[in-house]
Design a protein around this ligand. Structure first.
Ligand SMILES: C[S@@+](CC[C@H](N)C(=O)[O-])C[C@H]1O[C@@H](n2cnc3c(N)ncnc32)[C@H](O)[C@@H]1O
Length: 380
């Protein structure tokens, strides 16, 4: 906390991306850097990974299908971002070895992890897969040896720092973090000075009431670029809560989607107890897709998690018909039911493979860019 107050004194009020980077990722103060207890029953929140190994097994099915689609290359790579303590990586690697030993022997499973304490937790968890694993602090380290394959992350985009904006007198203002005389963190606001933020706000339109709040990320390009540079004809899969732009930035979503999580309780006050709780906001998937297009990719799937997992698990479900264990049936239900995780999360697939195309390009464009009369090209 002292570090945040000091930074404010040195630098004037912090924009919310700077505050969030300190509160979540600073090596000493940061919520994600200090320990790995956040996820699960004894932590602060659940993710799909917490339901059990089936989530990883279904992802493994999709990854192996991609390996087949690109001609079973002799070397291929999966890059996971936001791998936390390595549990999902462990589930996926176990499943790939079981389903396709041939794909497993030529796989490099890379984890791009900027936080040193998490890299060391991952190395411990994945010790038995040491010959297939590569831990890097930045995906750029992989760009010298580009390989065909996949980059993906579960609930990582929502953890990327965002700007906070608020509507005042028919224009947007940015909310910044300052402190009062007693050292308590407070909000202050200023007109928009950041050119990237200003540009992003042009996509929102003007139809918002006073005090409407929204969260805007301007860092998708920085995040996606090194990952795309590490792959040849790559596929990216992003799983998270969020919407297309027009649904996320709807005039009726008056107070935005910022949430904090501590011991399975949500609130919307990130300024209390920084470093002790998670800070998150929904993902603008139209923006992710637009950014990927700028980098040469194209969206090929955008579905809720329930529909997507059911589709990628179709062969597995058919082969196991009538033989699912109680635990597998429970996990599948939790992951896919529309009232549970199946409806809560969305999945966006983006491809850099010229041969890849969406099944129904018009419907995909309507879901990703619902308000645009001349939709973005998704299947050129
Ligand atoms: C909500 S956790 C998700 C963990 C895990 N994927 C799961 O589903 O259980 C978000 C993770 O994203 C990581 N993260 C945030 N920004 C990142 C970045 N730029 N590169 C890689 N990981 C990042 C955080 O450190 C954190 O471990």
């Amino acid at each position: 906390m002292r570090k945040i107050l000091q930074r404010i004194d040195d630098q004037a009020p912090l924009d919310f991306t700077e505050f969030m980077a300190l509160a979540l990722y600073d090596p000493k103060l940061g919520y994600y850097a200090r320990h790995t207890r956040q996820i699960g029953r004894n932590g602060d929140f659940f993710t799909s990974v917490s339901t059990g190994p089936l989530f990883g097994e279904l992802l493994a099915q999709r990854f192996i299908r991609h390996w087949h689609e690109i001609g079973k290359p002799q070397r291929w790579r999966v890059i996971e971002a936001g791998a936390h303590d390595g549990t999902l990586a462990c589930d996926i690697l176990t499943a790939i070895q079981k389903i396709s030993p041939q794909a497993a022997v030529c796989l490099e499973y890379a984890i791009a992890e900027p936080i040193e304490s998490l890299r060391s937790a991952q190395a411990t968890k994945l010790a038995s897969f040491a010959s297939s694993i590569r831990l890097v602090s930045d995906a750029l380290e992989l760009a010298d040896d580009r390989l065909p394959g996949i980059a993906f992350g579960n609930e990582v985009l929502d953890a990327l720092p965002f700007h906070l904006v608020e509507r005042r007198d028919h224009s947007w203002r940015e909310l910044l973090v300052s402190h009062d005389a007693d050292g308590l963190l407070t909000w202050v606001s200023r007109g928009i000075t950041n050119p990237e933020l200003n540009h992003a706000l042009t996509f929102l339109g003007e139809n918002f009431a006073d005090a409407h709040r929204a969260e805007i990320r301007t860092n998708f390009e920085n995040f996606l670029k090194p990952l795309s540079a590490a792959l040849v004809q790559g596929l990216m899969i992003w799983i998270d809560y969020g919407f297309a732009s027009t649904d996320l930035h709807h005039p009726l979503r008056h107070s935005g989607t910022l949430r904090t999580f501590y011991r399975h309780r949500a609130d919307d006050d990130p300024l209390t107890d920084p470093g002790e709780k998670d800070i998150t906001a929904h993902v603008d998937f139209s923006d992710v897709a637009r950014t990927a297009m700028k980098l040469g990719g194209k969206a090929i799937e955008f579905h809720n998690q329930g529909a997507w997992l059911t589709e990628i698990g179709r062969d597995w479900l058919t082969s196991r018909e009538g033989n699912l264990t109680t635990s597998e049936a429970r996990q599948f239900q939790t992951l896919t039911h529309p009232a549970q995780l199946g409806g809560k999360f969305q999945v966006l697939e983006i491809s850099w493979n010229p041969q890849a195309a969406p099944k129904d390009a018009a419907s995909l464009a309507r879901r990703l860019f619902p308000d645009e009369s001349a939709p973005h090209q998704v299947n050129d």
